[in-house]
Design a protein. Structure first.
Length: 160
C-alpha cells in the first residue's frame, strides 16, 4: 500500500491550485516616475534683490532658487530699489538653469524752475544750468543726489 500512497501524493503535488491573496508589486519599469516637466532657475544677483519670473514676484530673494519652473523660455528679473536687470532663460526638464544678473542703476529726469529765474544749478557738483540756460539734459541716475540751486541774489538753497 505504501507505493500507492506515494503515487497519490505525487499526483496531488503536480496539480495547479488556485491561490488567493495580494498581487505582487508591478515591475520596476512600471514603478518609474514620469519624466519631469519642470526645472529650477538659480538667480545670481546682488544679495537681497527681489526675483521676478515672467513679471510675477516669486517671493524669493537673490541669490537663490526658483523651483518648479515649467519647461520653456522665461524672463527672469532682479530688482533692488530702483536698480533692475533681466535676462531670458530656457528651462529644461529636470535641469538647473543659471541667470546671472548685474543690476544697472535706473535713471530719471529732473526739471527745476526757479523764481526768480537765472539760478545756477548743480547736481552732485556738476553744473546743470547757469543763469537759466540748461547746459545738459538733466538725466540723473536713481539714488540720492545733491541738488544745489543758487539764485542771483546770492542766497543758496539745497535740496537732497
Amino acid at each position: 500500500m505504501t507505493p500507492l500512497l506515494l503515487l497519490l501524493v505525487g499526483t496531488a503535488l503536480a496539480q495547479d491550485v488556485p491561490v488567493q491573496g495580494t498581487p505582487l508589486p508591478a515591475t520596476a519599469e512600471a514603478a518609474t516616475p514620469p519624466p519631469p516637466v519642470s526645472g529650477d532657475v538659480f538667480v545670481a544677483a546682488p544679495p537681497g534683490s527681489s526675483i521676478v519670473l515672467d513679471g510675477v514676484f516669486t517671493g524669493q530673494k537673490a541669490p537663490g532658487f526658483v523651483r518648479g519652473v515649467p519647461v520653456g523660455p522665461h524672463r527672469v528679473r532682479a530688482d533692488l530699489g530702483c536698480d533692475t536687470a533681466s535676462t531670458q532663460v530656457m528651462v529644461r526638464a529636470g535641469a538647473v538653469e543659471r541667470a546671472e544678473l548685474t543690476l544697472e542703476p535706473g535713471s530719471g529726469h529732473l526739471s527745476v524752475n526757479t523764481d526768480p529765474p537765472g539760478a545756477a544749478i548743480t547736481i552732485d557738483g556738476e553744473p546743470l544750468a547757469h543763469q537759466g540756460v540748461p547746459l545738459i539734459p538733466a538725466h540723473i541716475l536713481t539714488g540720492r543726489d545733491h541738488v544745489s540751486i543758487v539764485v542771483t541774489l546770492g542766497i543758496e538753497s539745497t535740496l537732497s
